[in-house]
Design a protein around this ligand. Structure first.
Ligand code: S3P
Length: 172
């Protein structure tokens, strides 16, 4: 049976998914699952360490396996996806089949301002000469997936709490 009782948040790195997810889980009184944190706990390695030691393809496999487990859990939850999670191996279709999907749209200049000092923790951003251009290009590719979300929220100028309240209302 297809069920959409879970809520999932997708969007680019720096779009505020984790913070909004926490606020949304609090509002809806649901458990929160953050794919990056869960993978780090289970593998006992940071995402950056997994990329270095096992490669990106392995990380994408971990994300997909975890997602399949989370969407099949009986209790309604809030699922925060990593920025690339929905863009590989049919994951966006899985999310749309089993969850109410929200794309947290955030303009490139805001993403750049938030990400420019964070390359160390984010393996995809390391060593990029023109970071703003890189974000622009990758975002354009990824929006093919993100924009398949059932709901799109423009996060510009809003607090995490406001975005979470908007998502809670839309999903009711
Ligand atoms: C990634 C985003 C990160 C993390 C990994 C890869 C991506 O998650 O999963 O570094 O491909 O965009 P956040 O979006 O939570 O930063």
């Amino acid at each position: 049976m297809i069920s959409t009782h879970h809520i999932s948040l997708v969007g680019f790195m720096g779009s505020g998914k984790s913070t909004v997810g926490k606020a949304l889980a609090r509002i809806l009184q649901r458990p929160l699952f953050d794919t990056d944190s869960l993978i780090e706990t289970r593998k006992e390695k940071s995402v950056a360490e997994i990329f270095t030691a096992e490669g990106e393809a392995k990380f994408r496999e971990y994300e997909r396996q975890l997602l399949l487990e989370l969407v099949n859990a009986p209790q309604p939850s809030v699922i925060v996806c990593g920025g690339g999670t929905p863009c590989f191996a049919g994951v966006m279709d899985i999310l749309n089949a089993h969850t109410a999907t929200f794309y947290l749209y955030t303009p490139v200049d805001i993403l750049y301002a938030r990400l420019k000092n964070e390359a160390a923790q984010r393996p995809l951003l390391q060593g990029k000469e023109d970071l703003q251009k890189f974000i622009e290009t990758l975002l354009a590719q990824r929006e093919l997936f993100y924009k398949q979300a059932k709901f799109i929220i423009n996060t510009a100028g809003k607090t995490a709490k406001e975005i979470a309240e908007e998502a809670a209302t839309a999903s009711a």
